[in-house]
Design a binder for this molecule. Structure first.
Ligand code: SAM
Length: 265
């Protein structure tokens, strides 16, 4: 069982709305599209699909997609957006509520997407490697995998060691007037193993002024390029390219991202 017992996105439906308001950049979707030129009607698996930010544009292009996510709130918002699409597109999208570190992933896919820092949702390197293993089982021979994470090599970055820094994320005001405030404070870290644990708090205020508060801990392991590379090779993928950003610049040791495009042998 994971150290992380709470899903950051699942405390309240309004959190999914705030996520969509904040995370509306589609540069990674455009970047991924470059790899899909000439490939039609792919059967795609997107674990950690959230509200469908990547999944919906790909379905609109003719691909069939199964999105898996642990947050009912995120899936509910995805479903709401999918209902507005044409019947044809709707038929190509399926959503599944599951913890991807617990459930076996289905197989027979042409492409698995592990996009948008999804490894930063997980508590340990073991859980991250398990995802690459599951992705390998989900891929047909010759299928592709896209893995896109921020880049941190070596020891835990100094910014992650600052116990005084209060980081604010997923905070804002929803259309119906609900206010969400989410803060993150480092409470423990291990420099060598590159692990950090946070105390996270939500304060959710209704338009009538009723305040609901949640507090929980969350652990992260900022994955390294070397780890992803090692796991991909170990679990039967041939790495085709590694990029350092969504503009297509090659990876180098100072790159902001480590983005892998690899093929199942
Ligand atoms: C940063 S959001 C990314 C959503 C989407 N991939 C995107 O690009 O916008 C991370 C998602 O991972 C989901 N998630 C976190 N841990 C998970 C787990 N163990 N199993 C399944 N989904 C998980 C969260 O619920 C959330 O929707």
């Amino acid at each position: 069982m994971s150290i992380n017992q709470h899903n950051l996105y699942d405390f309240d439906i309004h959190i999914a709305e705030i996520y969509d308001m904040q995370e509306n950049n589609t540069k990674d979707v455009e970047f991924l599209r470059n790899f899909l030129h000439g490939k039609t009607r792919l059967n795609i698996l997107e674990p950690f699909c959230g509200t469908g930010r990547m999944l919906i544009p790909l379905a609109l292009e003719g691909h069939s997609i199964l999105g898996i996510d642990q947050s009912q709130a995120m899936l509910q918002l995805a479903q709401k957006k999918i209902k507005d699409l044409s019947d044809d597109v709707q038929k190509r999208i399926r959503l599944q509520w599951a913890d991807v570190t617990v459930e076996n992933w289905p197989s027979g896919y042409d492409l698995v997407i592990l996009g948008f820092n999804c490894f930063y949702e997980l508590a340990t390197a073991e859980e991250q490697e398990l995802c690459i293993y599951q992705a390998s089982r989900a891929c047909k021979p010759g299928a592709y995998i896209y893995v896109d994470n921020d880049h941190m090599e070596g020891e835990l970055d100094a910014a992650w060691q600052d116990m005084n820094h209060k980081y604010v994320y997923l905070s804002g005001i929803c259309k119906d007037g609900y206010q969400i405030k989410n803060t993150r404070k480092t409470i423990w870290f291990d420099v060598k193993q590159r692990l950090a644990r946070f105390e996270r708090r939500y304060q959710i205020t209704s338009p009538e002024g009723i305040v609901t508060e949640y507090q929980f801990t969350q652990q992260k392991h900022p994955v390294s390029k070397v780890e992803v590379q090692t796991w991909l090779e170990k679990h039967g993928f041939e790495i085709l390219t590694v990029y350092g950003d969504h503009s297509g610049n090659p990876y180098h040791h100072n790159s902001p991202k480590a983005i892998f495009w690899a093929r199942k042998r």
